[in-house]
Design a protein around this ligand. Sequence first.
Ligand code: AMP
Length: 422
Amino acid sequence: MSNFESLGLCNDILKAIKNEGYDRPTPVQELAIPLLIEGRDVLGVAQTGTGKTAAFALPVLEKLSFSKSPGKRNIRALILSPTRELAAQIDQRFYVYSKYMDIRHKVIFGGVGQKPQVQSLRKGIDVLVATPGRLLDLIQQGHVNLDYVEFFVLDEADRMLDMGFIRDIKKILKILPKNRQNLLFSATMPSKIADLANSFLNNAEMVDLSPNEITVERIDQAIFFVRKEDKVKLIIDIIKENQVERGIIFTRTKHGANRLVKKLDRANISALAIHGNKSQGARTRALSLFKNGSTPLLVATDIASRGIDVDDVSHVFNYDLPNEPESYVHRIGRTARAGKGGTAYAFCDESESGYLVGIERLIDQKIPVIDGHPYHFTKAIPKPNQRPGKIKNSKNSGNSGNNKNARHRTRRRRRRRKNNSQ
Ligand code: AMP
């Protein structure tokens, strides 16, 4: 295993990361940093919690320190991130890592006034971290000049896709100078992301740290089969019986998150909701109370929680199972960060057993079941022929009747997902 000194980083950066207490590079840093310093494009398959921010921020800073733009500062590194929270966290990392350097960085995102952002842009910055919508807005108003961009980082590309940012990203890509170094990070690599990567990466090196090889194995996972109406009682019991120092509870809807916070409150359990309907101020407040330990529990929807950079999350609760299996991996990745362990509990009611099958298939393991609780509900357990490994591949079965049923099942499931997400 290498150390930071051997990765080719300058003393100012080494000093800053030493202050942060980083002893050794994480696997993604060990692989990506030398490639990026060498000037290669990189396609990184890694999720939040692996140290991926430093994997791109450190080499970007390293290279910027050696190539000063003449005269006024110009944006030389552009980092796109899907959510405001994540963008702010990346910018905060740049602050930490560039502490001993003459680098100006700024984050811009929507939902807040643009005036201070425009003022900073006018003064000149080296590193811009942005969400796609606000960036395009400011470009269209003539406040952002991307002519000098040397590094382009697309972070959490799969989430960008989920959130409908793909067209915005394509617009931004068209504006960027041709001659630049590119980096794309994604927790998963569906074909749409691979296509996007191919469209702008040049001869990229792949750094693959897929979740089932890393975080998942350090997390104690368990599943509870429970009726929908008993979930509240079960979570209250679990929280009261376990030492949940810092936990994130995932619900499928914003409404569900608000409802759960109220019910927890009635049981004297303090929690705050974080989701897209909350103002930026409320989200930031909730996050800082969670970070400083005043509020031990956050109740979050997937999008709002994305990239929450909080260490020492002891528990993740999948109060509702996500309908996309990848979201399960993202969610449980909030715990067990930077080499630590964690606990991830999931609740599965009768309507969610199909989702569980998909999740267990993706992570390629069966999640242990906890059944010694008063709310155990056997009807929620997937039927034996639904369990992973026993699912027939309908394409190869040669039985057209089965294929037809499979198609109906898929359609029904899709309809159910649609209804659930409304
Ligand atoms: P990230 O995946 O970039 O969100 O990083 C997850 C967490 O790991 C952050 O809190 C970082 O400060 C921390 N971290 C990143 N690199 C290292 C390292 N080499 N050693 C210890 N902690 C790290």
